[in-house]
Design a protein around this ligand. Structure first.
Ligand SMILES: Cc1cc2nc3c(=O)[nH]c(=O)nc-3n(C[C@H](O)[C@H](O)[C@H](O)COP(=O)(O)O)c2cc1C
Length: 199
């Protein structure tokens, strides 16, 4: 089994909905165990992050970047950065903001950079903008490549947010990371025969 851990923050529940969609996507891939943790749960669950084959980071975009609680989580990974404990794990990310752009590209860049600092391997979204999805939904309507970017419009509680196409985009990201983790785990377990004999 490959193990995926989704770590997220959500101040008002919108990013949590996206996290659950990412979780459903990851769980849809056979041979995958998925654990979803909010940043306040991490302190007592570090072993699950350390034991995962892939970590998926999710945060709302606040003031053009990751939210303060998510940043506190990222900063708390410093000892793992120092020992490169997460080196060669897969990583991916998603975010959600009030505006169609809302500068959330910056949030995804922050997440990818932290993954790179840990020596992790970043998995992109892998969808063209407005890619056809299930039930006629257009996936990746925001046109991101680094990760999943959703929008939950301000002040419209009657509107489901993020909308179904953004949740389906999150599902696709979760499934993509889970498929990559299965392949990655198989590859990591194979003896490097040819390379070893050439060395
Ligand atoms: C402190 C704060 C800062 C925000 N900054 C941005 C921003 O830079 N860009 C944007 O589009 N939306 C911004 N928003 C709106 C949130 O991204 C949006 O409401 C989102 O759905 C919140 O997700 P959550 O319910 O998971 O907390 C901000 C909201 C808050 C509370």
């Amino acid at each position: 089994m490959s193990k995926i851990c989704i770590v997220y923050h959500s101040g008002y529940g919108h990013t949590e909905r996206l996290a659950r969609a990412v979780e459903r996507g990851a769980k849809s891939v056979e041979g995958t165990l998925v654990r979803t943790l909010s940043v306040d749960q991490v302190e007592t669950h570090w072993s699950e992050l350390d034991g995962a084959d892939a970590l998926i980071f999710g945060t709302p975009t606040y003031m053009g970047g990751v939210s303060a609680p998510f940043k506190a989580f990222l900063d708390s990974t410093g000892s793992r950065w120092a020992s490169q404990a997460w080196k060669d794990k897969l990583a991916a990310g998603f975010t959600n903001s009030g505006s169609p752009s809302g500068d959330k590209f910056n949030t995804l860049v922050q997440l990818a950079d932290v993954a790179a600092q840990h020596g992790m391997l970043w998995v992109s979204l892998g969808l063209l903008p407005r890619a056809p999805g299930p039930d006629g939904l257009e996936l990746n309507r925001a046109g991101f490549f680094l990760g999943a970017g959703a929008q939950s419009p301000h002040g419209a509680p009657e509107v489901e947010a993020p909308p179904p196409q953004d949740l389906a985009t999150g599902f696709a990201l979760g499934a993509r990371v889970a498929r990559a983790a299965v392949r990655w785990k198989i590859a990591a377990g194979q003896p490097p025969t040819e390379l070893a004999t050439r060395a």
